[in-house]
Design a protein around this ligand. Structure first.
Ligand code: ADP
Length: 424
């Protein structure tokens, strides 16, 4: 088993179309044609790219590529958008995968509501088998400063290697617990999910199956103190059933982990013992579950300063995720506008070669200082509404790029006004 690759490696993630064949069979069948394809075609790094039908229709040696949906090439030593050269082709590592199409399963537990003895279904956790269709392209669409995502991936791989080698915990401490903290809407939860998906693709030779289990800490800790302790036990009993199989990698996601601290604060309130029991039960269960070498715990927090100290102590890495930089904001805008062109709502035109477009894009990025990724991602929708309300809107035609950029600026100004009014 080797989870790490050589320093200079070119990872090629090959997403397959749904099909009846075993993955191992396809892997063997597609290895040579895929390498040949990569030597013939220029594919930009860091972008998911479809394999064009024309390539395999006109070349019988490549006909197996009909099974391929898209490919993503990544190389740490190169920048996004760069192309591979001939020397790079000697360092290819191919990762084939066929995403699961089954949607997430919500695990609920029935608890007494207390009033008339009626039962209430509490959403305790969500469960995905990875790689999942739900998280396709999530990783490459999360935009941060260079190297941040790769650093997290390396950390996760190192943590798994340490546990696979049964490192003595009395000599070296490694809890396999990663905490992402920072302002709301900066992509922390999405990044945890994308990281789990990435691991599922990259470590398939070591772990045949990867599971992502998101613990719904809100419902466990906010309202159900009297039942929460029992819920935690039941939830972890379920997780243990999966973890017991060493072929499974289990990523446990605890979103907004500050609700643990909130639960402790409530100890001075009505039901102090229950609150204390829940937090302790969760910490004990987490400690027990991480004894298994195939578990990785991912946690997020919007308020790191209020996180339960006992939990904070357990984190091996605490990564701050801040608001996007000016360069990241611009890249987020470019991805959104490219998507609007792909789906045919706006005209296909170059964003950077035209001076007017470039100017509008820079103005947008400048006025977006201080906004979270979540707010930015809503702007195209708001801008579309602004544009369709204007007299320029032509129901049958595509929107001109410059008109849409104008509408984006108008929607952005409207957002700033609304924010001011909410603060007053
Ligand atoms: P958080 O957990 O930090 O509150 P989420 O993971 O819920 O944030 O992200 C909210 C939305 O904002 C997601 O759709 C995500 O894709 C988007 N988003 C946030 N930050 C970024 C970023 N840096 N790059 C791209 N998208 C982002």
């Amino acid at each position: 088993m080797n989870l790490l690759s050589a320093k200079y490696s070119v990872h090629v993630e090959i997403c397959l179309k749904p099909n009846q064949n075993r993955l191992e069979t396809l892997e063997e069948l597609l290895d040579a044609p895929m390498r040949e394809y990569l030597s013939m075609v220029k594919v930009p790094l860091g972008e998911s790219v479809k394999v064009e039908g024309s390539t395999f229709e006109s070349n019988s040696g490549l006909k197996e590529l009909q099974f391929v949906e898209s490919i993503l090439i990544e190389c740490e030593a190169k920048h996004i958008g760069e192309f591979l050269n001939d020397a790079d082709l000697r360092h290819l590592i191919l990762h084939f995968y066929c995403p699961h199409r089954r949607v997430m399963e919500l695990e609920t537990f029935d608890v007494e509501s207390g009033d008339a003895g009626d039962g209430d279904a509490v959403p305790a956790s969500s469960h995905w088998l990875l790689p999942s269709n739900s998280f396709l392209h999530l990783w490459e669409n999360l935009i941060y400063e260079d190297g941040l995502k790769e650093k997290l991936l390396k950390f996760a791989l190192s943590a798994l290697i340490f546990s696979q080698h049964s490192v003595n915990p009395h000599i070296i401490s490694c809890n396999r617990l990663l905490l992402l903290h920072g302002p709301p809407g900066t992509g922390k939860t999405s990044l945890c999910k994308a990281l789990a998906q990435k691991l599922a693709i990259r470590v398939r030779r070591t772990f045949r199956h990867t599971h992502l289990i998101e613990i719904n800490s809100h419902s466990l800790f906010s309202k159900w103190f009297s039942e929460s302790g029992k819920l935690v036990m039941r939830l972890f009993a379920k997780i243990r059933e999966i973890v017991i199989d060493p072929n499974n990698l289990v990523c446990v996601l605890i979103d907004e982990v500050e609700s643990l601290a909130y639960a402790r604060d409530c100890m001075s309130g009505q039901e102090p013992k229950d609150a204390m029991r829940v937090v302790n039960a969760l910490l004990t269960q987490l400690d027990a579950i991480k004894e298994h070498p195939n578990v990785l715990i991912l946690a997020t927090s919007n308020l790191a300063e209020t996180i339960d100290l006992a939990f904070l102590d357990r984190a091996d890495i605490k990564q701050y995720i801040g608001l996007p930089s000016a360069a990241a904001v611009k890249r987020i805008y470019v991805t959104m506008l490219t998507e609007m062109m792909r789906i045919g709502i706006i005209n296909e035109q170059s964003l950077t070669e035209d001076e007017r477009h470039e100017g509008l894009l820079s103005a947008l990025a400048e006025r977006s200082n201080g906004l979270s990724g979540r707010t930015l991602r809503k702007l195209p929708f708001l801008a579309h509404a602004v544009h369709t309300a204007s007299s320029d809107y032509d129901l049958d035609g595509k929107i001109r790029l410059s008109d849409f950029l104008d509408a984006m600026l108008a929607a952005l100004e409207q957002h700033h006004c609304d924010q001011k009014l909410m603060k007053n």
